[in-house]
Design a protein around this ligand. Sequence first.
Ligand SMILES: NC(=O)c1ccc[n+]([C@@H]2O[C@H](COP(=O)([O-])OP(=O)(O)OC[C@H]3O[C@@H](n4cnc5c(N)ncnc54)[C@H](OP(=O)(O)O)[C@@H]3O)[C@@H](O)[C@H]2O)c1
Length: 270
Amino acid sequence: MNHWRERYGPYALVAGASVGLGEAFARRLAGRGLNLILIARRPDVLEHLAADLRTRHAIEVRTLAADLGQPDLREVVERAVAGLTVGLLVYNAAYSVIGPFVDYPLDEQLRVLDVNCRGPLVLSHLLGKAMAERRRGGIVLMTSMAASQGGPWLASYAASKAFNLVLAEGLWDELGRRGVDVVACRAGATRTPGYAASRPQSSRVPLLEPDHVARVALDALGRKSSVVPGAFYRFSAFVMNRLLSRRVAVRIMGRSTRRLYAGRDGRPRY
Ligand SMILES: NC(=O)c1ccc[n+]([C@@H]2O[C@H](COP(=O)([O-])OP(=O)(O)OC[C@H]3O[C@@H](n4cnc5c(N)ncnc54)[C@H](OP(=O)(O)O)[C@@H]3O)[C@@H](O)[C@H]2O)c1
C-alpha cells in the first residue's frame, strides 16, 4: 500500500484549499493518493479544482464551502467528516490586514484571530483527537517568516502566525508521542493570488512557488517541528532569529513591510 495513504489517509482535509498554497497542497496530496476534503468560501472555485483533481487522479474529492472564521466551525466540519477517517489536516487559510494597527476597525483585527488562530486550534483539536486515538496522522499548520518577531503594519497577522508556530511546536512533541506528526511551515513571500492581491511594490526578495512550499512542508512531516522553504529564507531566518536582537529584527521587518506597502506619502496604499 502507498506509504502516504497508510500513514496519513485515506482522507486529507485542506482548510483554505481553492487557490494559491491551498491548491498546491491539494494537488500534491492528490498525487500522493489521498482522498480530499477541500474547504474554502467560494464554491465555484472549489468545485472547479475538485473536478480537475477527480479526472487526473483515482481519488475521491469532497468540497465544503464554509468560512473558517465562523463561530460554529467545529460543528460544520464535524458534520462534513462524519464517518470518514481524516488522517491529515493542512490548515492553510489566513486573513491579514496591512497597515497601522489602530487604523483598522477592531472587527477586522478580531477576524485575524478567528481565521488564523481559532480556526487551526478548532480543527487541530477536532481532527487531532481522532488521529491520536488511532495513533497515526499528520497536521500541517501554515505560518510565515513573520511569525518569529513583531511585525509593524502586520502586527496582528504576525502575532497570529506566531500562535501557529508555537502551537505546532507544542503539538509536534505532544501528539508526536501519540503517533501524529505535526509541522509548522514558515513560508516566505510566495507567488499566490493572496500575495498578488496585497499589491506589494516590486519586491527585492525572491518569490517562492506554491508547489515548492507545499512539497517542502509535506516532506518535513515526521522529520521536523517547523520548516522554512527556500535557501534565501532559511538564511534570512538564521540572521533574523539567531544573529540579530529581537528589537533589530522588528525594525527590519517594519522597514521592509513599509517599503512594500507604503505609497509616496508614507501611508499604506489602501
Ligand atoms: N503568499 C505568501 O506570500 C505567504 C507568505 C507567508 C505565509 N503565507 C501563508 O500561506 C497561507 C496561504 O496563503 P496564500 O497566499 O496561498 O493565500 P491565498 O492565495 O489568499 O489563498 C487562500 C485560500 O484560502 C481560502 N480562504 C481564505 N480565507 C478563508 C476563510 N475565511 N474560510 C475559508 N477559506 C478561506 C481561499 O479561498 P476563498 O477565498 O474562496 O475562501 C483560498 O483558497 C496563509 O496561511 C499565509 O499566511 C503566505
